[in-house]
Structure formats: C-alpha cells, structure tokens
Design a protein around this ligand. Structure first.
Ligand code: SF4
Length: 66
C-alpha cells in the first residue's frame, strides 16, 4: 500500500533515527525496507547502516518540518 508509513516497513523500530534529520529509507524490489544514515557520508563517527533501534547518537539532530 503506497500510503503506508514507510517506517513500518523496517524489521525493527528505528528508535532515535525516526525523529532525526539524517535517515534515508529505501525499499528494495523484493519489499525489504532498510535505513541508511546520510550523515555518515561526512561524519565518520557514525556508521552508514546503524544498528537499530538507535537509542543514542552523537549526530542526532531533531527533524524539522512535517
Ligand atoms: S545521525 Fe544518528 S540518529 Fe540521525 S539518522 Fe544518523 S544514526 Fe540515526
């Protein structure tokens, strides 16, 4: 269903990442949803694919907007 919340497609809850500016959700053609941290591209403290759920993160920035 296209209007489903994409976060619900993750196998485990994302934790802090869900409320952060930096996650990128992707869904494979096989229907598997995974989350990548875009901040990891320039912040070497953070893994590109953090273990979920994330409880604490040095790069967390609250998401703004809707
Ligand atoms: S910066 Fe941290 S909290 Fe934000 S998306 Fe990346 S791993 Fe998650």
């Amino acid at each position: 269903m296209d209007d489903a919340d994409p976060w619900d497609g993750l196998a485990v809850p994302a934790g802090l990442c869900r409320y952060c500016e930096h996650p990128s959700l992707n869904r494979t053609r096989r229907g598997v949803t995974y989350m990548r941290c875009t901040r990891a591209g320039w912040d070497e403290r953070i893994p590109r694919y953090p273990g979920l759920p994330v409880a604490e993160c040095v790069g967390f920035e609250p998401r703004t907007g809707s």
